[in-house]
Design a protein around this ligand. Structure first.
Ligand code: NI
Length: 177
């Protein structure tokens, strides 16, 4: 398995709608998830969607361990989520900083639903059904957007907050992805 190049904004593959995974426990799916995991770890991201490494399937991974570099980021359990369905549990939107491995070196403020329920399957086809809020909810919405061909700048409402990470945050930047 290997670290894959991450597609950057401008690549038309990032704008496609991903297909559902039909078969579980296949070597192809296992290899994909392994590559995604290695790539996310190598780039120190909070999440990654399969289309970002050029695979148009509904697979996302995410997870954040408490990290002194990101004192504000809450713990998010490491999760492999396949064929996800997202349901907002509130109309409340929260503004928060986001970055994306496909938009390197940038950050922007993005409105997201404060609480969501997500349902889907893990890599073995086992059901996942969680209701979450805060940073966990933000990360899931960001990753699931990738499966619809949506990048976070397309969700932004105030472009005055869009900028280069090192200029916006000379000391330490909020978590990307
Ligand atoms: Ni992203």
């Amino acid at each position: 398995m290997s670290i894959k190049p991450v597609l950057k904004m401008g690549d038309p593959r990032l704008l496609e709608v991903a297909r559902k995974v039909e078969k579980f426990r296949t070597p192809e799916l296992e290899a994909l998830i392994c590559d995604m995991h290695e790539t996310m770890e190598a780039l120190d991201g909070a999440g990654l969607a399969a289309p970002q490494i050029g695979v148009g399937l509904q697979v996302v991974i995410f997870g954040v361990k408490r990290n002194p570099r990101y004192p504000d980021a809450e713990d998010v359990p490491y999760t492999v989520l396949v064929n996800p369905v997202l349901t907002p549990l509130t109309k409340n939107m929260e503004q928060g900083w986001e970055g994306c491995l496909s938009v390197p070196g940038m950050r922007g403020v993005v409105p997201r639903f404060a609480k969501v329920r997500y349902q889907g399957l893990d890599q073995y086809g086992k059901t996942i059904d969680r209701s979450v809020d805060g940073f966990h909810a933000r990360v899931v919405q960001h990753e699931c957007d990738h499966l619809q061909g949506i990048l976070y700048p397309m969700r932004m409402t105030d472009f005055r907050t869009f900028g280069f990470t090192d200029v916006l945050f000379p000391d330490h930047a909020p978590m990307a992805e």
